[in-house]
Each structure stands twice: as structure tokens, then as C-alpha cells.
Write a protein that binds this ligand. Structure first.
Ligand SMILES: C[S@@+](CC[C@H](N)C(=O)[O-])C[C@H]1O[C@@H](n2cnc3c(N)ncnc32)[C@H](O)[C@@H]1O
Length: 333
């Protein structure tokens, strides 16, 4: 292994991210929906022409934009992801990465003190605009995962689902779209549910998806009421004790014979991989007190301890990859 090359490549890592973040911030992708020259883009957006050309050239090298003669265009298959109003828009997710960039600049402070750099709730809590943008980013990010998980698990077996800390409600909405008989409740804090309600209206699923405001640390989530309970991207915000308590509470809400699904970042037993998950563990460590990408074995233990059997762990080709699922032991067993 040529270490200099490996390190050199790693050190470049933030630069492509900055290229995409800048293009997103400047709404440059909208401009290259149709072929445009660099100076046309610069004129329309009031940017420096030569610098715009460099950015477009870098986007071309990154194979996001195509350059033909002197014109640049975004391939049609990228429109849904990068153009404003696209059906699978990544705009809010890219913006979230931009917001995290200054936090990563303080990684060595976190390593020295072990104390979070900036509370994620503080980052979002006071500002309704940020809260909405974060919730929109969750939606953009979750879409692919919802489809991938639905290929692996018989979601259609369920009639009534609880989406704990469901945020935009993407999983509940996508799975209800797939299965006409499924009804779902999205549980989250009241301000977030205002955003969720907009998504429910957009999906036209008001008759089958409702919302339940509350605090999952303090409130009961029900007793044997749902045949499908989901916790997606929740446990990483808390330490092992709090996560275990939440899993126990979630399992209580599952009907005997019903299913629980935990989707989220989780490392291998040695906590050395996958790379996305070890990096995320640093990321969330800088934003929460005690949060981490809990190893998959730990999640399995919590589920077993709460009375879940037939436990299965698999990874999906989405972000994050880790899924752990199982069924609640019914009294007959
Ligand atoms: C990372 S987001 C995940 C959203 C969604 N499950 C997804 O994966 O797309 C975490 C969600 O948990 C919600 N949340 C955080 N603390 C909560 C609490 N104490 N009670 C209820 N919801 C909470 C947040 O508002 C947010 O919507």
C-alpha cells in the first residue's frame, strides 16, 4: 500500500463535498438543467465568470455535470435529485452537510474533551426554518431506505404501524403507499409534526396516516397496539442505557407476533466498520451527549432482552445501511 497516495486521497475528501455544497447553495444545478455556458450561468446568478467555469469543470470531473463543446448540462437522471422541486431532492441533505462542515472542523476539540461541540437540538430547536429543513433532509435521505427495507421485510403483513420519532413520516407514508390496507401513526414532537402533516397531505394519505405528538422519553407508546413498530435513526442520539430503555418501550407497543424494525447507523462488533458508520459515530458524538452508532450486537441484545425473537440483521444499499428486525414472542410460543 502506498501510504502517501492513501493519505493524499483522504485529504481531498472534503473538497468534492465543498464543490457540491457550493453548487447547491448557489442553485447552480437549476441553471444547467438546460445546456448553458459558464458565462450564461455566471450572468444569470450574478457570479464571477471564470470561477464559475472552474466550479462547473470540477462538477464535470466529478461526473455530476456533462460538458459538451462549451456548454454544461445536468443529465436528465440527475434532475430529480439536484434540481429544485425534484421528486427525490437531495437539496436539504446537501445543506445539512454544509451546516455540519464547521462542526467537523472542531473534531480535535471533541477528541480532547469528549464533550459535544454543538447540540443538534440547539442547532435546530429554536429555529423553525432549520427544523423544517432538517425534517425535509430526513425525508430526502430516507426515501431510498424505505424502498430497500420493504424489499427485505414483509411490511404488508402489518395492518397498524407506529413510526417512533418518525419526523417527516417517510417510512410510514411510503409503506402505506405500497400497502393499501396499512394504517400508520407518526409519533414525534409537536413542532416537527406540523411538517409531517404537510407530507401526509402531499401523499394524500390523511385517511390512513395520522400523527401523535409527544416525548418518547416521557410518554408511554402504547401496550401491544401495533403489529409493526419502527425506530429509524433514533437510537444513535442516545447512550446505551437510554437506547435500551427506548427499545424496551418500543417493544411494549408491539402486538404479540408483531414486528419491530430498527433502522440506523450501527457498527460491527469491533466498532471498526463500516466506514460510514464509524464516521457517523464521530459526527453524532460531536452533536449529542452520549450518542453513537451502537454496534449491531448491542441492538440485538436489547431486542432479545425485551422479548423479541427471530432476529435478523441485514444491510441495505441506502444511508444508513443497518437494519435489525424481529418478532415479538407471542404467548402461544
Ligand atoms: C434523525 S430524525 C429521524 C426521523 C425519521 N425517523 C427518519 O429516519 O427519517 C430523529 C427524529 O426524532 C425526533 N425526536 C427527537 N427527540 C424526540 C423525543 N424526545 N420525542 C419524540 N420525538 C423525538 C426528532 O424530532 C426527529 O424527527
Amino acid at each position: 500500500m502506498e501510504m502517501d497516495k492513501v493519505i493524499g486521497k483522504i485529504l481531498q475528501g472534503y473538497q468534492p463535498a465543498c464543490v457540491v455544497i457550493a453548487a447547491n447553495e448557489l442553485k447552480l444545478f437549476d441553471q444547467v438543467k438546460q445546456p448553458s455556458t459558464a458565462s450564461q450561468v455566471a450572468d444569470n446568478l450574478n457570479l464571477a465568470a471564470e470561477a464559475t467555469e472552474r466550479l462547473l469543470n470540477a462538477l464535470t470531473s466529478l461526473e455530476i455535470v456533462v460538458k459538451k463543446d462549451q456548454s454544461y448540462h445536468l443529465p436528465t437522471e440527475a434532475h430529480d435529485y439536484l434540481v429544485t422541486g425534484g421528486s427525490h431532492s437531495l437539496q436539504q441533505w446537501i445543506q445539512l452537510s454544509a451546516d455540519l462542515y464547521p462542526v467537523w472542523g472542531q473534531l480535535s476539540s471533541f477528541i480532547k474533551s469528549g464533550i459535544l461541540i454543538k447540540s443538534i437540538m440547539e442547532m435546530l430547536g429554536g429555529d423553525p426554518h432549520k427544523m423544517r429543513a432538517f425534517t425535509d433532509a430526513m425525508h430526502d435521505k430516507a426515501l431510498k431506505a424505505t424502498w430497500m427495507i420493504a424489499r427485505e421485510i414483509p411490511i404488508g403483513d402489518a395492518n397498524k404501524m407506529l413510526d417512533i420519532g418518525g419526523g417527516p413520516g417517510t417510512y410510514a407514508l411510503e409503506w402505506c403507499k405500497l400497502h393499501n390496507h396499512l394504517k400508520a401513526t407518526v409519533f414525534d414532537i409537536a413542532p416537527v409534526l406540523e411538517v409531517t402533516k404537510n407530507y401526509i397531505e402531499t401523499y394524500e394519505l390523511q385517511d390512513r396516516v395520522d400523527t401523535l405528538p409527544g416525548n418518547f422519553h416521557e410518554d408511554d407508546l402504547g401496550d401491544s397496539q401495533y403489529d409493526l413498530v419502527l425506530m429509524a435513526n433514533i437510537l444513535h442520539m442516545y447512550d446505551a442505557d437510554m437506547s435500551k430503555a427506548l427499545v424496551t418501550k418500543a417493544v411494549k407497543a408491539v402486538k404479540p407476533g408483531g414486528r419491530i424494525v430498527i433502522h440506523g447507523f450501527c457498527t460491527n462488533e469491533e466498532q471498526t466498520g463500516p466506514l460510514d458508520d464509524t464516521l457517523f459515530s464521530l459526527n453524532i458524538g460531536m452533536l449529542t451527549e452520549g450518542g453513537r452508532a451502537h454496534p449491531v450486537e448491542e441492538k440485538i441484545d436489547w431486542l432479545k432482552g425485551a422479548g423479541i425473537s427471530d432476529i435478523r440483521h441485514f444491510r441495505v444499499s441506502a444511508m444508513p445501511t443497518g437494519v435489525v428486525t424481529g418478532r415479538k414472542i407471542s404467548p402461544a410460543n
